[in-house]
Design a protein around this ligand. Structure first.
Ligand SMILES: [Zn+2]
Length: 345
């Protein structure tokens, strides 16, 4: 089958398009003929590699996807049928350990992500456990279905389960143009929060407003935006909850903007993983810092229900063909996109 894969770690130039073996179905798996896949920054990290990541090569990239079931494993007991239109939950627990059996799949010691340590969705066919697919209505388009899962399940767990967002709060989302951030804007609005988004250009400012952000700050125009947030936007109250997956560049400013007792939630560090902190700023203001990664299956179903019934709509920036995967990954790396970058398989 045709696929986008790597044989060695390195740069985006290492991504190849060519033929690889079709996936072999396991007893509890389904095989999906992929229609659309969506890029995530995780792709770029996987291409680079990190110590401890030992992939079996060739490794097919891609975490998000949608398509049609073509095969169902013999031991699958669900209402799934060949021909069903589905989207994929990219977070895969082992299904057998105490964490998985108690519904905490993202704490499973064998937890894996499609495209990270399992062959992913940039391929004509992808194999996943049957419990990782969700049927989509006939009227729901495959492109949006591929754009939603990873970012919405991540943002939902961050804001709802971990940081416990409440109605009326001031929520500030750092770097509001990525997939997780555009999902976070919509989720914060759903909970009637006042949303403040930081971003890097006038074009992205306009799009973040379209997405429902109440206030958008272009940090290239207002480098000292923490003051504006404190004095003008929150009327000297401070932010209740900061969503920060930007990392090194923003982390200290994020902590500074929080009100006493405020919370910060992080799921990533796109500008780098290290920041020098003044620990006093944490205990003086009695801040809470939450880490979050992926979601459990319940959270996935809770947020996808809201996606599929139209309450949330994933932002789609641009669609590339599978043959253009290198260009698509380069485009993602340049960070000029707003929302998801898709691959039509
Ligand atoms: Zn497990």
């Amino acid at each position: 089958m045709r696929a986008g894969y790597i044989e060695n770690h390195g740069s985006v130039e290492n991504i190849k398009i060519g033929d690889v073996d079709n996936p072999r179905i396991g007893n509890l798996d389904v095989i999906i003929k992929t229609e659309f896949a969506a890029l995530n920054r995780l792709d770029l990290f996987v291409v680079q590699g990190w110590s401890g990541l030992n992939l079996k090569m060739p490794h097919v990239l891609g975490s998000d996807g949608s398509g049609i079931i073509t095969e169902i494993g013999p031991d699958v007991i669900t209402d799934l049928h060949v021909g069903d239109r589905v989207l994929i939950n990219p977070g895969i627990g082992c299904g057998q350990c105490s964490q998985c059996l108690s519904g905490r799949q993202n704490f499973c010691s064998k937890f894996s992500i499609l495209g990270e340590n399992k062959n992913g969705t940039y391929a004509e066919y992808v194999k996943v456990p049957s419990r990782n697919v969700l049927k989509i209505p006939d009227s729901y388009p495959f492109d949006k279905a591929a754009a939603a899962p990873l970012t919405f399940l991540t943002a939902w767990r961050m804001l709802v389960s971990q940081a416990q967002i409440k109605s009326g709060e001031y929520v500030l989302i750092q770097g509001g143009s990525g997939g997780v951030s555009t999902a976070a804007i919509q989720i914060a609005n759903y909970f009637n929060a006042t949303t403040i988004v930081t971003t890097s250009s006038d074009e992205k400012t306009a799009k973040a407003k379209e997405m429902g952000a109440d206030h958008v700050i272009n940090y290239n125009q207002i480098p000292n935006y923490a003051k504006v947030v404190f004095k003008e936007l929150t009327k000297k109250k401070g932010i209740d909850l900061v969503v920060d997956s930007v990392g090194t560049v923003t982390f200290n400013t994020s902590l500074k903007m929080l009100r006493p007792g405020g919370r910060l939630v992080t799921c990533g560090a796109t500008t780098g993983p290290k920041a020098e902190l003044d620990i006093r700023s944490i205990f003086w203001k009695q801040l809470k810092i939450f880490g979050s990664t992926m979601s459990n299956y319940q959270e996935f179903h809770d947020v996808m229900k809201l996606v599929l019934n139209g309450k949330f709509s994933p932002a789609v920036d641009k669609v590339f063909k599978l043959e253009e995967l290198q260009d698509a990954e380069r485009y993602l790396g340049e960070s000029n996109h707003f929302g998801k970058v898709l691959i039509q398989i």
